[in-house]
Structures are given as C-alpha cells and as structure tokens.
Design a protein around this ligand. Sequence first.
Ligand code: KG4
Ligand code: ZN
Length: 339
Amino acid sequence: MVVLGIETSCDETAAALVKDGHEVLSSVVASQIDTHRSFGGVVPELASREHLRNIGYVVRRAFADAGKEYGDADGIAVTQGPGLVGSLLVGLSFAKAMAFALEKPLVGVNHLEGHIYSAFIEHPGIEFPVLALVVSGGHTSLVFSPAPGEYRSIGRTRDDAAGEALDKLSKFLGLGYPGGPVIDRLASGGNARAYAFSLPKISDGSLDFSFSGFKTAALRLIDAEGIRPRRAGKVPRKILDLVASYQSAIVETLVRQTRRAAERLRPRSILLVGGVACNSLLRRRFKETFETTGTPVYYPTPDLTTDNAAMIAAAGTPKLRAGAGVPLDLNAHPDLRLC
Ligand code: KG4
Ligand code: ZN
C-alpha cells in the first residue's frame, strides 16, 4: 500500500510517499525557517501563506522523487491537528481536493501520533507496551501505548514545551532561530555545572512537566551576571556555560519524569520522538538511563525526528487499511487530543 502523507501543522510544508507503513519512497520538507527567523518564532499568518505557496510543488516533488504518478497512491493521510489552524487548513484542503479528484481514501492523523510512528519507520519490530516521550517546539507529552493505535496520556507540560523553552532562551541571548540545534551545539563548549537550576517540584506525584521556571531563573541570571545578548563573533564563556546548564536542566527534567513513568508502567520499549529528540545530550542520557535497565530506547534519524510527512503517512497506513472513505467534511482541530 502506497500512502501519500501531507503535513502542514506548523512551519514545515511536507509531503511523502511511504510504502506499507515503513518504506519511505520520498520525503520532501520545505522549511520556512528563513521566513520566521527575523521574528525569532513562527508567525502564523506568514506560515499559512508560505504553505499555500509551497504545497503544490512539495506534493509534485514527492511523487517525482518516488518515480510515481498521482494514481499510484492507494490513499492519503493528512495532519488534522494539533497545530496552527491556518496552516492545518492548507494541507487539509489540498488533501481533500486530491482525494476527491483521484477518488482515493483519505484519513486525518494526529500530529503526535505521527511523531510516535516516526520511530516505527526504521524499527518496525518495536515491542509493545511502549512509553513515548513526544518532545518538540509545541509539545512535551508522555504517552503510554499498550498496543498499536491505543494511547494513554501519562503526563504533559503545564506551561512551555521543552523546545519552546530552548528557542526562547536562544532568542533572548541573540543566538539564532530555532534555538534547539544552536544550544545543542554551543552547550558542548560550556560547563553544565556552572549555574544551578533547581528541577521543578511537582509534588502531587503527577508525571507532568514544567519549564517556565527555568526561563525565569535564566532571565534572573542574565541580569545578575550582566550577560548581554551576543551581537557578533565569538560566543562569550558565560553564555556557553548558561546554555549548557539550562539545556542540562531541561534534559534532566525529561529523563526524570520518563524514568518515573517507566518505573510505574514497565514498558518494553521507550521512544524518544519530536524535534527536541534530535538533542545529543537527551539521546545520550536516555540510552544511559534506560538501556542499563534493559529497556531499549528508539529514536528516528534527524530527518524523521523533526516535522515531516513520512511519519504522517506511516501513522495513516493502518487507518487506511482498516477502511476509509473520502470525508470531505474533515476539519482542522488546532487542539486535537491524542487521548
Ligand atoms: O517536531 P518539530 O520539528 O516541530 C514541532 O512539532 O514543534 O520540533 C521543533 C523543535 C524546535 O523547538 C527546535 O528548537 C527543536 O525541535 N530542536 C532541537 C534540536 N533540533 C530541533 N532541540 C534541541 N536540540 C536539537 N538538536
Ligand atoms: Zn512536530
């Protein structure tokens, strides 16, 4: 079964063709980073406009790269939410029009389920039950999946997402956008013990996350230490130490809550997915923490970790196999829940 995936939930216009849920025939991602860079974050109106401009080309490229004709797709999977409503609508409208014109079945996919499926593309044999940490610019959620397609929400952020916390500090320090990859790189040159960030105390035993306290603490430190945003040239030592300490606090929070969840739920596999899962310290700490206890950790290659449409096609494949029509009333749900 060849599935066309379409993803436009945030600032990436993406289309992919995936065979049988795990063979990526093509995956095209048009990034809008240059459009949003000068604003230090995604501007929703500009994002929808860019999606409109790019979607036709991106879908055509996905077919061309795979050496396929439109009629070769057996079905279409499109991100329905969560995300920016104006952005979601571009992908949804395009997918509906294609499904109608080609008389192909269409399914809506939850973006978080897409991220979870991104791990299965390269590792189709992952054993259930699965505990997934979905950690990106818009989400930080712990999801327990006892069997394929079944999800229980175990914990989620009460304020910022982890990626958002990294992006905001980077913007504040003038380090660039998006901040996650910049901080990942700079942190390796800093001392992560230079500044102490106390991990949030969530005392009701919940497995939720909170990152806004780190941001406030970082702003206080910037003030107290007289740190100025970088203009140009070499990044000062204090900034390197600050980003290393900040990144380490975020990573340890993610590790701690995931470890607690794993102790309670005893999963057979742990998935680390979503854009922040590219982070080298986070990947290393997950391997160290869980693989010594015998639970394998899976994460996708970087291209499948940040937003892409192959993961949407993969998540849509079992839904299309189960039977789907052409639901022309399919709508965007900016706050769509997975469970
Ligand atoms: O999954 P994604 O592409 O989009 C959302 O669904 O949000 O994730 C984007 C986020 C951004 O916050 C970006 O800073 C972060 O992933 N990110 C990273 C790294 N690469 C991307 N964060 C930390 N370390 C990285 N290497
Ligand atoms: Zn995402």
